[in-house]
Write a protein that binds this ligand. Sequence first.
Ligand code: BGC
Length: 735
Amino acid sequence: MKKSGMATSLVALSCCAGLALSSAEAAVGKESEAAAKAAATVEKMTLEEKVVLTHGIMPLPFGFDVEIPKEAIPGAGYVAGIPRLGIPALTETDASLGVSYIGGLRGDGATALPSGVAMASTWNPALLQKGGATIGAEARAKGFNVLLAGGANLMREPRNGRTFEYLSEDPLLTGVLVGASIEGIQSNNIISTIKHFALNGQETGRKFADSLISEAAARESDLLAFQIGIEIGNPGSVMCAYNPVNGAQSCASDWLLNKVLKDDWGYEGFVMSDWGAVPGLEAALKGLDQQSGAQLDPAVFFGDTLKDAAKSDAAYKVRLDDMNKRILTAIYANGLEANPAKPGGTIDFKAHADVAEEVAKQGIVLLKNEKSLLPLAKSVKSIAVIGGYANAGVPAGSGSSLVHAEGGPSVVVPTDPGNPFSALLSETYHASSPLKAIKNVVPEAKVYYRNGRYVADAVMAAEKADVAIVFATQWMTEGLDVPDLSLPNGQDALIAAVAKANPNTIVVLETGGPVLMPWLGETAAVMEAWYAGIRGGEAIASVLFGDTNPAGRLPITFPASLNDLPRPELDGAKELEPDFLGAPKPGETLSVNYDIEGSDLGYRYNAREGHKALFPFGYGLSYTSFTSSSLRTDGATASFAVTNTGKRAGATVAQLYLLARDGKVKQRLVGFSRVELAPGQTQQVSVDIDPRLLADWTDAGWTIAAGDYSFALGENAETLGKPVTVKMAARTWRD
Ligand code: BGC
């Protein structure tokens, strides 16, 4: 959905080779045709018809007084079509991690992929594309033609309840991965969104927390992630966010929607609102094209009200045509009318679960492995497995992205009974038991399971086993942030006690995002398995016993302390009552100052401030070892060699960072590549460096200041090789 493919190629070459480049280039041609066809259709539309595609409902038979047409499929959204003109209805489902189930109203299940942060830990765009294609195929088979996927908000706040849904704290990594995922989704002749545009950094006060940030910082961080993602994935739609940015609601922000997205980036698709995020009719003039789930807003602004405005006001008339043209462009570019999605399609759940398992395996990050305790020998005699409902399954994050896996969940803890959305809010475990998977790998071993509720009980089991594995969970949900980065329900104390009882204690973290680890020094091994999806148990067991060599790398900094965050206290946490819907109560206001870190999120902030992370961005261990060497770069491209210096086959993620400009710290990930290597094997890698990553955003656009730029290969953002310094000439450009 972009007029020019130039910038795409720069990014695509840095990491995803032919994949994104060819699809984006093809899309440019397809799109122009689609836009022309859309313009011709708009010519044929009556005024009445012009307000059909501009608003939709949430087709759920509870909570709202709204008529649900027969053809609407229970899901997040439905926008009527125009049969006279061959325009299909838009049937919308949430789908970041799989087709969501909305409390069982359709009576079906879907494949639950691991969380977004787990996907991103793979640093593998090809795998995200496959994951997207998998989800898209299921959506299609269920009759959906629009996927509300593509969460691309940067992780500015690790306590954000949606951290699990998002990808990373870095614009390049997020942009490349979200683009690949969207590309996969849309390969099914359906539309994907990219969301939530923009700067939707926390859930506390999510509908009114005003994100304050300078234009330069926004362009160099969150907006750049969207820009790259749009260039690569070419999504049919952009979903604007709940929150205001610099005083204007995102869904009515002239700057975000008209100026940045449509004018500067040349985006030709449509902007749909988040559900209940439209402040009024004037949002149409500010760049919003479609009002989603309109019963959640104060009124249906984009129906009759918009029609009346278009009759009397030329600005609305012009906009109405443009809104239709944009929605139709997305429909035609993705072939929705020519290849209608119909319910009742077949789904190969086995093949899809295999994809979910591969993502989980590649996304597991080994954080600590003292004395090479892992991988565990399959001759191990006895294991104590403790906590985390490991006997039943693996946790999932809640909210609109929650997928109920085919066959149903294994544990559901209701959290907000009485809330019409309580089914989306319950703490849910997918039925993939790590305990069972462990027993399958070592059927001869004696395995003791304890639920971990009583520390004394867990300690007794740990004392009599050769190895203790504690499964520690942190539940996160859309709508609510976590108050801090501790493990809830006394799990920190449980781990400390078990570790004291057994020196071979392994902690398997199943968290939505970073946590602190006060017990780290006492444990032998720690792995971050995130929310691992429908084959999570199997993936965890595979890494524990070495059938999978871990290669996941952290896409977000694990801070050493809350004091190292730009905002040690979460804004609004003290003043506001937790509220899933997040609308302001009378008198409530909130603003969040993102200029503290500006465009320096996570590892960049730590580099700037001189903080050391508990585990840095890009960090992850392997059962083999690697070196990266012979870096050569001119600042536009870079090449280097990666060698597997150990005894096992495995993958690593080569990372290239800008470290400094003219000696002043300015750390940025500028390239990466996941490489699979046999023992002793060396591979030459080359990456192209997107110049926007070296630049500052100024009034004149992107500006590279003349000077000395130092680059280094990194095992992670803190373990860096010898810098190579390049003299760069001054350069300024706009897109
Ligand atoms: C979420 C969106 C989601 C929409 C529809 C909103 O609450 O913020 O991510 O797509 O609901 O379910």
